[in-house]
Design a protein around this ligand. Structure first.
Ligand SMILES: Cc1cc2nc3c(=O)[nH]c(=O)nc-3n(C[C@H](O)[C@H](O)[C@H](O)COP(=O)(O)OP(=O)(O)OC[C@H]3O[C@@H](n4cnc5c(N)ncnc54)[C@H](O)[C@@H]3O)c2cc1C
Length: 424
């Protein structure tokens, strides 16, 4: 029987590993706890009503349908028993492997303050995006019904915590929603007066970018109407607002974009972990003592690699391809290849016509960076249909300022009622 390769997770790393094994004399099993591959770079657009879910996600089964050697299993991997070469799934059933590629990514971290999660959702999955969108859109509905000015102001205050790419993108989109999309739709208040506050603990937004671009991004955010607070640490979050030391911001909508932690399954194989819980791998991406187990993408720590490998989609894809190649090499008794990250640059959008981009020594901001961002995201989206849908949605939004995914339809959802979920 052909050797069995199991891939856990079908995000960027897992998908590119599976594709690189197409046509090989192997049985490949891809396990994911969702039925879709998610294009996370555009998830903030779902959270801000710019795109609907099917535009940024595609069924895993469909993407891999033509790859005859792949079986897709919908399920959650609970742990890896490296000694017995078996993955334990939810429900207790097991899958035995000859080679294992673990690509289950990262989750959000509230730095030990897990109680904040109820008041400040973060953005990682489609469910998160729906929840943020529900809270944001319904905050305006609550504000229209609220006779008290102070309480209305709290409904119209949106705080984003964390000034990395996701926080910057969300804050910019919240400001555009208020200034353009919702303009003229309410009678008790002018949505253009809504307050969007971006809080960042370090001294600049986009800390991973060159300082000059961080400064440009801050200015572009402020031009959009975002209040940017740098060097401020959040000390508390509750249902009524955010505490920053002695200061308090009354805000009914708070989003957490400040921290990531490794997927918990990484702790189950007994391999060394770094401080963020990521699995430390060797140059061939395998864990110590188990050359048949490779860990890739956001879950992998590569402390020996200089410069540091970023937690991005291109890095995960490159690791996915190399892990697949090393699987093939090991089965052919060939030497495994070391991982070397090929820097493809960084892009972050801030809003309409404004973004920042860095490619080696080239640094761009404003319209050229935004155009590049737009083209790159269309190009890299998975699925031809998604590319067409996103192009049409963006063209429409560009000319009209409209955001088309604004329907929140849970029947029980009315002002005063909390906790019900909405979807589209
Ligand atoms: C909001 C947001 C915006 C981002 N924007 C950008 C950007 O603009 N550019 C960029 O390059 N990068 C961006 N990133 C980072 C990029 O998405 C990640 O670096 C990349 O997705 C990592 O790939 P991965 O394969 O390691 O994990 P993921 O792509 O996260 O995939 C992990 C997969 O594993 C599955 N899974 C998790 N646990 C289990 C389990 N126990 N059992 C089974 N399946 C499991 C998940 O369902 C998922 O499908 C962004 C991330 C986020 C959250």
């Amino acid at each position: 029987m052909d050797p069995h390769v199991v891939i856990l997770g079908c995000g960027f790393g897992g998908l590119f590993a599976a594709r690189a094994l197409a046509g090989a004399p192997l049985r490949v099993t891809v396990v994911d706890r969702t039925n879709h591959h998610l294009f996370q770079p555009l998830l903030y657009q779902v959270a801000t009503a710019g795109l609907s879910a099917p535009a940024v996600a595609a069924p895993i089964r469909h993407i891999l349908a033509d790859q005859a050697n792949v079986t897709v299993i919908y399920g959650e991997a609970m742990r890896v028993d490296a000694a017995r070469r078996a993955v334990v799934l939810d429900g207790g059933d097991e899958i035995a492997y000859d080679r294992l590629i673990v690509a289950t990514g990262a989750t959000n971290s509230y730095f030990g303050n897990d109680a904040w999660a109820a008041h400040a959702p973060s953005l990682k999955t489609l469910e998160d995006a729906y929840e943020i969108r529900r809270r944001v859109l319904l905050a305006y509905e609550h504000a229209e019904r609220e006779p008290d000015a102070a309480r209305r102001a709290a409904w119209l205050t949106f705080v984003v915590i964390g000034g990395g790419a996701t926080g910057v993108e969300l804050a910019g989109a919240f400001a555009e929603l208020a200034r353009h999309t919702l303009r003229g739709e309410f009678r008790r208040f002018d949505p253009r007066n809504a307050r969007v506050v971006l809080v960042e603990g370090s001294e600049r937004v986009l800390p991973g970018y060159p300082p000059r671009l961080s400064e440009r991004a801050r200015r572009q955010l402020e031009r959009l109407g975002v209040t940017v607070w740098l060097g401020r640490l959040v000390t508390g979050i509750d249902g009524e607002g955010v505490q920053l030391g002695a200061d308090r911001v009354a805000a009914r909508t708070v989003v957490w974009a400040a921290g990531v932690a490794a997927s918990p399954i990484g702790a189950s194989f007994g391999a060394p972990l770094d401080r963020a819980g990521r699995v430390v791998v060797g140059e061939d991406l395998a864990i110590p003592g188990h050359p048949e187990v490779m860990v890739i993408g956001d879950l992998a720590a590569l402390p020996w690699h200089s410069p540091a490998v970023p937690g991005t989609a291109p890095a995960a894809k490159q690791m996915g391809r190399l892990a697949a190649l090393n699987v093939l090499n090991s089965l052919r008794n060939k030497q495994s290849r070391p991982f070397r990250y090929k820097d493809v640059g960084m892009l972050a959008t801030i809003g309409r016509n404004s973004a920042v981009a860095v490619f080696g020594r080239l640094q761009l901001s404003g319209y050229p960076a935004w155009l590049l961002w737009l083209l790159a995201h269309i190009y890299f989206l998975i699925g031809f249909r998604n590319r067409i849908v996103v192009l049409i949605e963006w063209a429409w939004a560009y000319w009209t300022f409209e955001r088309n995914a604004r329907i929140v339809f849970q029947a029980s959802e009315r002002p005063q009622e909390k906790g019900a979920k909405g979807s589209e």
